[in-house]
Write a new protein. Structure first.
Length: 67
């Protein structure tokens, strides 16, 4: 998944229905409000609530710099 993919404007978090941010180095979609990341496997976002994982402190620091 690339940052200019039009699908990114349509994808939302399955928990709060808010927009997601692409975490390109980690190949994941990130929800800054809930601090959860959803993996992208073979270009397919895994947006099931059970797929979301809490972001680590290192990831949070890196993502804050990117936002």
């Amino acid at each position: 998944m690339k940052s200019d993919d039009p699908l990114l404007k349509l994808l939302v978090c399955p928990l709060d229905k808010g927009p997601l941010v692409l975490d390109e180095p980690g190949c994941a979609l990130y929800n800054p409000r809930l601090r959860r990341r959803y993996p992208v496997v073979d270009g397919i976002p895994q947006l099931l609530p059970a797929s979301g994982q809490p972001a680590s402190e290192e990831e949070l620091a890196r993502l804050r710099g990117a936002l």
